[in-house]
Design a protein around this ligand. Structure first.
Ligand code: HEM
Length: 416
């Protein structure tokens, strides 16, 4: 057994303040991949093993019996659930097989490429509406790309799939942000701690969807709220708390991550005008660009697992009950898998990034997210000139999801 190594790795790998200030700690991730791919980070309230290589994350994700999603599925600094009287969400991310599969399949059937064929056709008009609203305000000007494009689009798509009334979308968006990035003071109410903000927002989402489900459970609606409200597992309706948690996960999963993939990818293209032009001139490259958006931005920084028995990885002794953080943000820059990982390239084929995770819990929304990115990018490239930054972007105050909070740009619609 090797000694637990000390490399002088600091809070930059998990502290939201560092992520907000400097972005992803790629230099530290590179050192960890090279020198200590299974690294004990004991400085956190929840100490964890940092897993930073692509191959190791795949290996761990494919063994859900040995590496459980309970009790911690992610390292959330300063706003952990579970230390108060409130009940934590019980989503499918917090389930292990075989229970996990029975609940997951209730929605995963809705997200296959075949099932989503009609959805793809519906997304064009949603993007068109967003861009046309902007165009009718002014054909050129200054906007925050996150506020006007990257955030409202995924929110519109998931709200449409859940058939949520339009007037509630912005409220759901606020709650969703507070659940995922409660450390950000903008999503907290006055005097509220991050922990309290997260609980308040999740409670609000439970109540909101609890009511909708009650209204729809006897109807014949085809939306995701109705589908789950009527669903049975092992011959029984879903427990109300598990049901409410499912809706919370869909709103949060469908919203933050796609927003961050869009904003992270667009940021990369704005910094690389030649790639913007190349993709605009060759729409057949949009698919490759969308994959590179995902690798480049890696919207989910890390997910966690807990060892269910003593085990060993790269000679490091992992004890039963210890937490492992799978750093997708590092895996997606792993030189062992991606040539020139710090270059944004349209010729990565295949592009085996782990932005959606892999294995038992891999993202069921992956295909939907891919379509969203492609449709949005296609319309932006065909209708708009390249964006230009007007001010430095700001980043999210979070180390579980990552990305830009604002992207202030100058825009112009193409002249017909
Ligand atoms: C770019 C967009 C997205 C990214 C980067 C992303 C990423 C992820 C990741 C990393 C996981 C966990 C994987 C693991 O632990 O192995 C996950 C799980 C999940 N995602 Fe996504 N996601 C995205 C979009 C979506 C969308 C659009 C939806 C739904 C509409 C969605 C719903 C879910 C659900 C329900 C899970 C839990 C799966 C399970 O535990 O079995 N995601 N996602």
């Amino acid at each position: 057994m090797k000694q637990r190594q000390s490399l002088g790795v600091g809070p930059e790998i998990i502290d939201p303040t560092c992520y907000a200030r400097d972005g992803y700690p790629h230099e530290t991730f590179r050192r960890l991949r090279d020198e200590a791919p299974v690294y004990w980070y004991g400085e956190n309230a929840l100490p964890f093993w940092a897993i930073t290589r692509h191959a190791d994350i795949i290996e761990i994700s494919r063994q859900p019996e040995l590496f459980s999603n309970l009790p911690h599925f992610q390292i959330v600094v300063g706003a952990e659930f579970g230390d108060s009287d409130h009940r934590e969400p019980e989503t499918i991310i917090q389930m292990d097989p075989p229970r996990h599969r029975r609940y997951r399949e209730l929605v995963s059937r809705r997200f296959t490429p075949r099932a989503l064929r009609h959805v793809e056709a519906a997304l064009g008009p949603i993007v068109d509406e967003l861009l046309s609203a902007l165009e009718s305000e002014a054909r050129e000007g200054e906007i925050d790309l996150v506020e006007r494009i990257a955030a409202p689009f995924p929110m519109a798509v998931i709200s449409w799939l859940l058939d949520v009334p339009r007037e509630d979308w912005s409220m759901l968006y606020e709650w969703s942000c507070a659940v995922v990035t409660p450390n950000d003071p903008d999503y907290r109410e006055q005097g509220e701690s991050a922990h309290e903000a997260r609980l308040r927002a999740s409670q609000s989402l439970y109540e909101y969807f609890g009511k909708l489900a009650e209204e729809r459970c006897h109807g014949d609606g085809d939306d995701l709220v109705s589908l789950l409200a009527r669903a049975e597992v092992d011959g029984r309706p879903i427990d109300p708390h598990v049901l409410a948690s499912y809706y919370l996960l869909l709103i949060v999963g469908g919203n933050e991550t796609t927003r961050n993939a869009l904003s992270g990818g667009l940021h990369a293209l704005i910094e690389r005008p030649a790639i913007w032009d190349e993709t605009a001139a060759n729409p057949s490259k949009i698919e490759a660009a969308a994959e590179e958006f995902l690798r480049w931005s890696t919207p989910v920084v890390q997910m966690a697992r807990t060892a269910t028995r003593d085990t060993e990885i790269h000679g490091q002794n992992i004890r039963k009950g210890e937490t492992l953080a799978l750093f997708y943000a590092s895996a997606n820059r792993d030189e062992r898998v991606f040539p020139q990982p710090f270059e944004f390239r349209l010729d990565r084929q295949p592009n085996p990034h782990l932005a959606f995770g892999i294995g038992e819990h891999s993202c069921p929304g992956a295909h939907l997210a891919r379509i969203e990115i492609r449709v949005m990018l296609g319309q932006l490239l065909s209708r708009m000139e390249r964006f230009e930054f007007t001010k430095p972007p700001t980043r999210l105050f979070a180390s579980s999801v990552g990305g830009f909070k604002t992207l202030p740009v100058r825009y112009a619609f193409k002249k017909h």
